[in-house]
Each structure stands twice: as structure tokens, then as C-alpha cells.
Write a protein that binds this ligand. Structure first.
Ligand code: 0VQ
Length: 282
């Protein structure tokens, strides 16, 4: 198949929508609450023994007052990256919403369906778009300076566990290896958003129609623009990524619920995050 003029226009629209909503200079990151990394300091390594630590480190022979130490301090330390990452993800959700609104067909859905699609796909689209900052050099998301370089350990300090992080990094590496064109990258995000099988979707047919139009455009694009040597099975591999995203989404939901229950400072989670991923105290 060859690319129709209409499909060319669709791709141009999606690329422009992505460029308007993904700032590759990451200059807004300094507005988030700052990242706090367990720097390997003694206090940090011994976060599980705060009372012993303070007795060993001072001349006093009395236990410190409960509020300033103990489980609370230890838990706070464990979730030291949560405010920064929660702000980053909340910001990313806003950008994903901006991207969605520019996709032909999205605004024509009723608001309820728009919300259902966004709630279900937000973390998947964030995982996809974050691939742009991911580097296989050191398996990190590098968003400018060292301060905004995120490694597995940093996401663990937001409360996530290897059950999610190991497959997440594998996913990022395999995505990187696909070496997608910008057109393919943005089409994949749009296809992910327009999944008719998400919970709560009323007008499944309309969503499916748009998704089929997007997948047809992706197939045509690969067939006529992607170099012969690497287009082999590319479409199938991209569809496989959508399946992997579902399982990452499911594991993220579980871990997010745990984090939101563990969080001592409920302000750590911005209101938009609570609305999209759920608010256990509501
Ligand atoms: C950082 C997004 C973009 C870019 C870099 C994100 C990065 C995840 C899933 C493991 C973050 C999850 C965070 C939370 O669960 C919590 F609670 F821990 F804060 C949240 F906020 F959802 F509730 C990155 C993190 C995550 C997923 C993918 C990547 C690294 C820049 O490309 C761009 O949007």
C-alpha cells in the first residue's frame, strides 16, 4: 500500500501535536519539587535503624522524640523521590491530555469516553514518550543535568519495586532497539490511546474506527517509508509492545495503590494524579 494524502496529513498533525507537548529540553523540570536521592549517607543506609543510629551518633543516652524519627523518618526516606516523580508524572499527564486533544477524532468523543481513554492509557503513553529520554548507555532516563537523570534506584525511592522496574527497563531497551521514526512513535502513542477495550468506554465502535484508521496509516507508513532491511515484522513488534504496556500498566496500578497508602504526606501526590490513578482515601 502507499501513503494517501490524508494519511500524510494525519502523520503531520500527530508529529506537530507531539512536538508541541514534548519539550526535549526538559526546562520545566526545575519547577517540580526537587529530587531527593538517598545519597548513600549513613543516615540513609541505616534508615531502618533510626533509633540505634541516633544513639550511636550522639553523646545522649536517650531515645529521640518519636515524631522526628522512627518509622516515619524511615518511611519518609524510602519515598524521598516521590514528590519529584509525582510532579513529573502529573506534568506528563497534562502534556498527554494536550496531545490527545490534537488527535483527529478525540474531541468528537463524549467527555466520559475521553476521560475513560485517558485514565486507562495515561501511564502507558507516559512510558512510551519517556523512551525519548531513555539512553542505553547507562539505562537511565536522562533529562538534562545529573539532577534530572533517573535510574532504577530513583524510581525505587518513589516506592516502586523491581517487579515493575525490571520489565519497564527491558521494555525501554527493546523500544530503543526498534529505532522508530518519529511518525511511528507518535502513531503508536495515538493507537495506544484509542483502545476500544478500556474500562468504561461507551462508544466502542467510534474508538475502534479511529484506532483502525491509525493502524492502517502505520502499516502503510512502514510499508513505504521504512528501510527494507528493518521493516521486517516491525508492525507486529509494535503491536506486541501494546500488549507489554498492558501488563506494565497493571503492575503499576498495584504498586501505585500501595504507594498511595504508604505515603505519610498525602500532599506528595498532586490532585491530578489522584484523579487519574485513584485516590484510596476518597
Ligand atoms: C521519568 C516521564 C517522562 C520522562 C521521564 C517520566 C520520566 C513511572 C512508572 C514506574 C513513574 C511512576 C510514578 C508514580 O507511580 C509515583 F507514585 F511513583 F510517583 C506516579 F506518579 F505515577 F504515581 C519514568 C517513570 C515512570 C515511567 C516511565 C519513566 C522516568 C521524560 O522523557 C516524559 O513524560
Amino acid at each position: 500500500p502507499q501513503l494517501l494524502e490524508e494519511q500524510e496529513r494525519l502523520i503531520a498533525t500527530l508529529i506537530e501535536a507531539h512536538r508541541k507537548t514534548y519539550d526535549a529540553s526538559y526546562s520545566d523540570f526545575s519547577q517540580f519539587r526537587p529530587p531527593k536521592r538517598g545519597d548513600g549517607s549513613p543516615e540513609c543506609r541505616n534508615a531502618t535503624n533510626p533509633f540505634l543510629m541516633s544513639l550511636l551518633n550522639s553523646d545522649m543516652d536517650e531515645l529521640p522524640k518519636a515524631s522526628a524519627s522512627g518509622a516515619e523518618a524511615a518511611a519518609g526516606d524510602e519515598l524521598s523521590m516521590l514528590p519529584h516523580l509525582a510532579d513529573l508524572v502529573s506534568y506528563s499527564i497534562q502534556k498527554v491530555i494536550g496531545f490527545a486533544k490534537m488527535i483527529p477524532g478525540f474531541k468528537e468523543l463524549c467527555t466520559e469516553d475521553q476521560i475513560s481513554l485517558l485514565k486507562a492509557s495515561a501511564i502507558e503513553i507516559i512510558i512510551l514518550r519517556s523512551n525519548e529520554s531513555f539512553t542505553m548507555e547507562d539505562n537511565s532516563w536522562t533529562c538534562g543535568s545529573n539532577e534530572f537523570k533517573y535510574q532504577i534506584g530513583d524510581v525505587m525511592q518513589a516506592g516502586h519495586k523491581l517487579e515493575l522496574l525490571e520489565p519497564l527497563v527491558k521494555f525501554q531497551v527493546n523500544m530503543k532497539k526498534l529505532d522508530l521514526h518519529e511518525a511511528e512513535h507518535v502513531l503508536l502513542m495515538a493507537i495506544c490511546l484509542f483502545s476500544p477495550d478500556r474500562p468504561g468506554v461507551q462508544d466502542r465502535c467510534r474508538v475502534e474506527e479511529v484506532q483502525e484508521h491509525l493502524t492502517e496509516t502505520l502499516r502503510a507508513y512502514i510499508a513505504c517509508r521504512h528501510p527494507l532491511s528493518c521493516k521486517h515484522m516491525l508492525y507486529a513488534k509494535m503491536v506486541e509492545k501494546l500488549t507489554e504496556l498492558r501488563s506494565l500498566n497493571e503492575e503499576h496500578s498495584k504498586q501505585y495503590l500501595q504507594i498511595s497508602q504508604d505515603a505519610v504526606n498525602k500532599e506528595d501526590l498532586p490532585p491530578l494524579l489522584l484523579e487519574v490513578f485513584g485516590n484510596p482515601t476518597a
